[in-house]
Design a protein around this ligand. Structure first.
Ligand code: 7RM
Length: 686
C-alpha cells in the first residue's frame, strides 16, 4: 500500500459534554444533552490507499461502490429488497419490503418465508458439499476439518435430538459452550427447528448465567463438561449446575458435550450427554419454514450496570446483514480462509463465526483457546498453519500481542494473509500501524469496523478495494446505512471535526427488533431522543473534512474539566502514544476546583514500577499529555497496573475504574474480570 501525503493538516478533536455518570447505561438519554464545543487537538492524517492488485481482485471497487450508494440513496427500500432477493434463499418470496406501521418496531420482508440454517448449509450442498466449512484447532493442538456435508449432517442430527427432547418453535435454549464446532452446530440446530438460542459467553459466571436463563425463560441449557483456555479447564457444567440451583426457573433438560473428559455430575432425568442425545438420530431434518421476522436469537449485552438487555434479532434481516458485510467489508471469496477470533458468546462471534461465513459458503477457522498459549505467537501460528487469508480481531488483542514485540510474529509465515480487520473499540494509531506493518507486512488493507450487538452487522467500515483508510477511523457508512453525526437538536453537524451524537436515520434489515421482555427499554434507550426519528447508538463521533467517521467513545465516557469538554478516549490515545505506555484507561473523578479531574490508569510496556510508584515517569507522562493535547488534559492521578480491568470481551470496565478513582466502595460484579488480583494495584494498595 502507498503512503500518502496528508489530506489535511490537523483534525481538531472535539468532545461532547455530558456529565460523567455512574447510573444505567442509558443514563445519558435521561440527562439533558449539552452543548458541543471544541476543545483540543490530536493529529492523525495518514491515508492508505488500497494496492492496485487488491483493487483488481476485489468484489467491490470504487466504481461499484458508487453505483451501490447511488441505488441505496435513491431507493433505500428497493436497494434492500434487491439485496434480500439476491442473497437469501426464500421458501416463499416476500412481497412487502419494510413495514413501519408499528415503528420503532420495524419489520422487514415480513411475508417472506425461509430458514436461516437452510441458507447456511443446505443451499451449498450441491456446489460445495465437500468443501471445508470449519477448520478447528483446540488449545491443546487437536485439529478437525468439517465439510459442508458433514456439518449439515451434524446439525440435522442435533436438531432432531432437540426435537426429541421436546424443544420446538419459539422455545428459548441457552448455550454455554466452549469455542468448539459443536457451539456452531447447536446454534444452527436451534434455528433449524425455529427455536431461539441465547448464547452466554463461557467466561461469564454462574450468576450471570442464572440471570439470563431466568430472563429468557429458557427450557434447556446446552453446555459442555468444560473447555480449554489458558492451559486450564473452564468448568462449564459445574457453573451450569450452580446457576440452575440458584435459578427460580427450572429448565427441563441440560445437554452436555464431552469435551475435556473431566468428570461431572449428571442429574438423572434432567441431564444427558450430547453423544447420547444424537445417538440413532437421522442426519436429515426438514427445516422449520418460518416468517422473515421470526425471532432468530437473543443476545444479552451488558449495559454499564444493572440488568443486561436481551437484544432480539429477526431471521431474514439479520442474515442479510451478515452476508452482505461478508461480501462488502471482508471481500469474501471461495478460496478464502476466514478467521474471526471472537467467541460465539459475542455478537461478533454470531455474525462472523456462526452465520456470515457459512451463509456465504466460505471456509472459516475456529480456535478454542487463549492467544498466549503456549506463547504469544499462537494467533500467528494458527494463521500460518491453516493459511488464513482474512484475520479479524479486537484492538485490545492487537495491543496485548504488540507488547511482546515484533520478533514473535516474525517467526511465523504470515504470507497467506490478504486482509485484516478490527472491531469493538477505537484502535489507536500506534496499534493500527503495528498491525499494518508487523502482521500485514504493509500489504493487507485494514478494515476498522464499527457496529454493535444491536446493529447485528457492520455499519461503518471501509470497503477494502474502494476506500482509502486512515489509522483510527472506521471511515464511511456502508451503502444502505444512513448514519449521521447530529447535534442535540438532531441536526446534522456539517462543520468538519465537530463532535456529536452518532445516529442511524433509517431502519436497516439487521437492526435489533426489541429488548426481550422490555419493550419500554427498547423505545427509551434507542428511540427516546430526536422525537423517535433516529436510532441513537450511544456513541459520540465526528466526521472529518473527507466525511470519515471517527468514533470518540460512549456518550457517558466524557469528562468536563474546568468547563472544558474532553473525551476519555482522546487522553488515552495521547497516553498510549508515549513509547513506554502499552495501554491506558482514563476516567473522571470529582474535583472541588475543576469539577472533574483526570484519573489515568496506565499499563507500561515494561514491568510495573516497584510499589506502583515512579515519580519521574508520572511527571513525564503528565508533560507528554500536556504537549499532545493541552494542559487541560493533564492527568491529576496516574496509577500503574499490570493489566486493566476488562470484561471477557475486552471492554474496559470504566464504571469500576471510576468508582476506584472516586475512592468509592466497589459494588460492581468483578467476577468476569480476567485477573481479579489487579484490583489492589488499581486501588493503590500494592
Ligand atoms: C461489535 C461490538 C458496541 C460498542 C459501540 C462502540 C464500540 C465497536 C468499534 C467501536 C470504535 C470501532 N458490539 N465499538 N466497534 N468503537 N471503533 N470499530 O463490539 O455491542 O459489544 O459493542 O463498541 O462504542 O457502541 S458491542
Amino acid at each position: 500500500m502507498r503512503f500518502q501525503a496528508p489530506a489535511s493538516v490537523a483534525f481538531p478533536v472535539v468532545a461532547l459534554h455530558n456529565r460523567a455518570t455512574d447510573t444505567v447505561d442509558s443514563a445519558f438519554i435521561e440527562e439533558p444533552m449539552n452543548e458541543l464545543t471544541l476543545d483540543s487537538m490530536l493529529q492523525e492524517h495518514r491515508l492508505f490507499e488500497p494496492a492496485q492488485d487488491f483493487i483488481h481482485r476485489a468484489r467491490i471497487n470504487a466504481q461499484r461502490l458508487t453505483a451501490l450508494q447511488d441505488k441505496a440513496n435513491t431507493d433505500h427500500e428497493g436497494f434492500w429488497a434487491e439485496q434480500a432477493r439476491n442473497e437469501l434463499s426464500w421458501h416463499t418470496p416476500f412481497t412487502r419490503i419494510l413495514d413501519s406501521s408499528q415503528a420503532p418496531h420495524y419489520r422487514w420482508f415480513d411475508d417472506g418465508v425461509l430458514n436461516v440454517s437452510h441458507n447456511c448449509l443446505d443451499r451449498h450442498l450441491a456446489s460445495r458439499g465437500d468443501k471445508t466449512a470449519i477448520i478447528f484447532e483446540g488449545e491443546q493442538g487437536d485439529t478437525r476439518h468439517i465439510s459442508y456435508r458433514e456439518l449439515h449432517q451434524q446439525v440435522c442430527r442435533f436438531a432432531n435430538a432437540l426435537k426429541a427432547q421436546g424443544i420446538g418453535q419459539g422455545d428459548r435454549v441457552i448455550l454455554y459452550m466452549p469455542m468448539v464446532p459443536e457451539a456452531v452446530i447447536a446454534m444452527q440446530a436451534c434455528v433449524r427447528i425455529g427455536a431461539i438460542h441465547s448464547v452466554v459467553f463461557g467466561g461469564f459466571s454462574a450468576e450471570a448465567l442464572k440471570d439470563r436463563i431466568e430472563d429468557a425463560g429458557a427450557r434447556m441449557v446446552i453446555t459442555a463438561d468444560g473447555g480449554h483456555r489458558g492451559g486450564k479447564v473452564i468448568e462449564l457444567k459445574a457453573a451450569t449446575d450452580l446457576a440452575l440451583s440458584r435459578s427460580t426457573l427450572k429448565v427441563d433438560k441440560v445437554i452436555v458435550l464431552q469435551r475435556t473428559g473431566k468428570a461431572v455430575g449428571m442429574q438423572p432425568g434432567r441431564d444427558l450427554w450430547w453423544h447420547d442425545a444424537i445417538r440413532d438420530q437421522p442426519d436429515r431434518c426438514e427445516p422449520a419454514w418460518v416468517g422473515a421476522e421470526h425471532p432468530l436469537f437473543l443476545l444479552y449485552t451488558s449495559g454499564s450496570t444493572g440488568k443486561p438487555k436481551g437484544i432480539q434479532h429477526a431471521s431474514a434481516g439479520y442474515l442479510l446483514g451478515a452476508i452482505i458485510t461478508m461480501r462488502w467489508v471482508f471481500d469474501i471469496r471461495d478460496d478464502d480462509i476466514f478467521w474471526c477470533t471472537a467467541d460465539v458468546g459475542w455478537i461478533t462471534g454470531h455474525s462472523y463465526v456462526a452465520y456470515g461465513p457459512l451463509a456465504c459458503g466460505a471456509t472459516m477457522l475456529m480456535y478454542e483457546g487463549a492467544p498466549t498459549v503456549p506463547d504469544a505467537g499462537r494467533f500467528w501460528a494458527v494463521c500460518a498453519r491453516h493459511r488464513a487469508t482474512i484475520f479479524y480481531t479486537a484492538p485490545t488483542a492487537i495491543r496485548a500481542l504488540m507488547k511482546f514485540g515484533d520478533e514473535i510474529p516474525a517467526r511465523h509465515d504470515l504470507s497467506s494473509l490478504r486482509l485484516l480487520g478490527t472491531v469493538g473499540e477505537p484502535i489507536n494509531p500506534e496499534a493500527w500501524m503495528w498491525y499494518h506493518r508487523v502482521i500485514g507486512h504493509e500489504r493487507c488493507p485494514i478494515v476498522d469496523t464499527w457496529w454493535q450487538t444491536e446493529t447485528g452487522a457492520i455499519m461503518i467500515a471501509p470497503l477494502p478495494g474502494a476506500v482509502a483508510t486512515k489509522p483510527g477511523s472506521c471511515t464511511l457508512p456502508l451503502p444502505g446505512i444512513v448514519a449521521d453525526v447530529v447535534d442535540q437538536n438532531g441536526d446534522t453537524i456539517t462543520e468538519p471535526d465537530q463532535g456529536g451524537f452518532l445516529v442511524i436515520k433509517k431502519p436497516w434489515p439487521s437492526m435489533l427488533r426489541t429488548v426481550w421482555g422490555d419493550e419500554e427499554r427498547y423505545r427509551k434507550t434507542y428511540w427516546g431522543e430526536f422525537g423517535g426519528r433516529y436510532y441513537l447508538a450511544g456513541d459520540s463521533a465526528r466526521r472529518d473534512a473527507d466525511g470519515y467517521v471517527w468514533i470518540m467513545g460512549r456518550i457517558d465516557d466524557v469528562l468536563n474539566v474546568s468547563g472544558h469538554r474532553l473525551g476519555t478516549m482522546e487522553v488515552e490515545s495521547a497516553l498510549v502514544a508515549h513509547p513506554r505506555v502499552a495501554e491506558a484507561a482514563v476516567v473522571g473523578r470529582p474535583d472541588e476546583i475543576t469539577g472533574e479531574a483526570i484519573f489515568a490508569y496506565v499499563v507500561l510496556k515494561g514491568p510495573r514500577p516497584a510499589g506502583g510508584i515512579d515519580k519521574a515517569l508520572t511527571e513525564e507522562l503528565r508533560r507528554w499529555v500536556t504537549s499532545e493535547i493541552g494542559a487541560i488534559a493533564r492527568p491529576s492521578d496516574i496509577r500503574y497496573a499490570d493489566n486493566l480491568p476488562k470484561t471477557r470481551s475486552g471492554k474496559i470496565m470504566r464504571r469500576l475504574l471510576r468508582a476506584i478513582a472516586r475512592g468509592e466502595a466497589i459494588t460492581q460484579d468483578t467476577s468476569t474480570l480476567e485477573n481479579e488480583a489487579i484490583l489492589d494495584q488499581l486501588q493503590g494498595k500494592a
